[in-house]
Design a protein around this ligand. Structure first.
Ligand SMILES: Cc1ncc(COP(=O)(O)O)c(C=O)c1O
Length: 429
């Protein structure tokens, strides 16, 4: 790498805090001198910590530090080869370069492929025309769903910490965000019964996502059964982000909320090809479930986008209907990385539970560094070890005290990361 020889903890915290303060000051000054001020809705959004990390990463690289980037959940493995072959094969047909239209050939085949995938994987039957909706990535769909449904006094219930789009979408849409803190001792599942009646009366949507980013927690079918019953009673829409549907280990299987009888009356579920099929740059995801909700999401999108590039749609059909061995290989690889990295950290004295799902490791900041915020500790890791981790507060205020590692580098690099992190953990007070 490599980073400097670690200094003492108290000297480091002063330095890191001063750097972050300077950065904030620069940002404030830049904003104060802008000719065009951003809309209030943008200003209300919490700080986007990944932007800060990107800056720090660039600085570290400029200093010659070999950065091991475990910050963003950007899969490093290649997509299935048959998907790439399909992309090449379809590229010469001019029709595939036209605007996408809902009644086109590929568009109809794609919805059929989504419904068939669901039938095969979860034994759930969906009407391809009304109960499936392709998206420009699940992030796009989730954020536009809030625009479609939230008025200014409508509440969205959002577990915290969570994938930032779940709360940022609500803020952007001008709805009212109600955080539900989730904790390790409850398996990071929200306690829905604890929500006050006056909040419930105004609540319109509940966001869920299991296997869970960032905590790596999983949910069982009973949890979804209880949630569906609860949501029907209170007439609340359940939005289940199922991005990590394949990422569970030791023979476990992650349930779909759609497996609960009657779930379609109140729920929609979001998927992506970004993770299981290693196709994050393709920008392809889809939603399934309640037809009225999907129709309103499609209506919102019709004012904003023009559908999905047809080559991407052909590739998505191949991914969903072709051989699935690649997905199994990918999940096995992340399973190996998870074991290697977590056992490595445990060996050097960082007490971290083995994650049950996703490809993230949610790590409580060691006691010795408790004076550091998660952003400060992530900065320290980057500067002293050249290892990028995401600060817990990037996932909401209840993520404070944690950092998240995304296992998106090969095993050798993860081993190297553990060696470098050990040096930080051994720093003198
Ligand atoms: C929980 C969750 N949902 C959705 C996404 C975004 O997926 P997509 O690439 O389909 O927008 C991510 C990406 O990290 C995620 O972690």
């Amino acid at each position: 790498m490599t980073a400097r020889r670690p200094r003492g903890i108290s000297a480091s915290i002063k330095r890191v805090q001063a750097q972050l303060r300077q950065r904030q000051q620069r940002e404030r000054q830049r904003n104060a001198h802008r000719l065009f001020q951003e809309a209030t809705r943008l200003k209300r959004l919490p700080l986007y910590l990944f932007a800060i990390l990107d800056d720090l990463k660039a600085q570290a690289r400029a200093q010659g530090i070999d950065v091991i980037d475990l910050g963003m959940g950007n899969p490093d493995l290649p997509p299935p080869p048959h998907v790439i072959t399909e992309l090449h094969r379809r590229a010469d047909d001019p029709v595939n370069h036209h605007y996408s239209r809902p009644d086109g050939v590929v568009e109809r085949k794609l919805r059929d492929a989504i419904a068939a995938w669901y039938r095969r994987k979860f034994r759930v039957t969906l009407d391809p025309r009304t109960e499936t909706l392709p998206l420009l990535g699940s992030k796009e769909g989730i954020s536009h769903l809030t625009l479609a449904f939230l008025n200014h006094d409508d509440i969205a219930l959002v577990p915290n910490p969570t994938y930032p789009v779940h709360f940022n979408g609500v803020v952007m849409a001008g709805g009212v965000l109600h955080n539900i803190p989730i904790h390790a001792d409850q398996g990071y599942l929200p306690d829905l019964k604890a929500i006050r009646p006056e909040i419930l009366r105004r609540a319109k949507m509940l966001f869920l996502s299991y296997p869970h980013n960032p905590t790596a927690a999983v949910a069982n079918l009973k949890f979804f059964q209880d949630t569906v019953r609860w949501a029907k009673r209170h007439r609340i829409m359940v939005v289940h982000d199922f991005a990590y549907s394949d990422f569970v280990y030791e023979g476990a299987k992650a349930p779909s909320i759609m497996q609960v009888p009657g779930a379609k009356e109140i729920a929609v579920e979001f998927h992506t090809l970004s993770k299981s099929y290693c196709m994050p740059g393709w920008r392809f995801g889809f939603a399934v479930g309640n037809p009225d909700v999907l129709a309103s999401l499609a209506k919102t999108k019709s004012y904003i986008d023009f559908g999905i590039f047809r080559l991407v749609q052909w590739g998505a059909i191949q991914a969903l209907t072709g051989p699935q061995g690649h997905v199994t290989t990918v999940v096995k690889e992340y399973g190996r990385r998870r074991k290697l990295f977590v056992e490595g950290l445990q060996r050097i004295g960082w007490d971290i539970p083995m994650p049950k799902g996703t490809f993230y490791v949610w790590a409580k900041i060691p006691q010795k560094f408790s004076a550091f915020t998660s952003l400060e500790f992530a900065t320290l890791l980057m500067q002293e070890a050249g290892v990028v981790a995401a600060p817990g507060t990037g996932f909401g205020e209840h993520g404070e005290g944690f950092v998240r590692f995304a296992l998106v580098e090969p095993e050798a690099r993860l081993k190297e990361a553990v060696t470098r992190i050990e040096r930080v953990l051994r720093m003198e007070s």
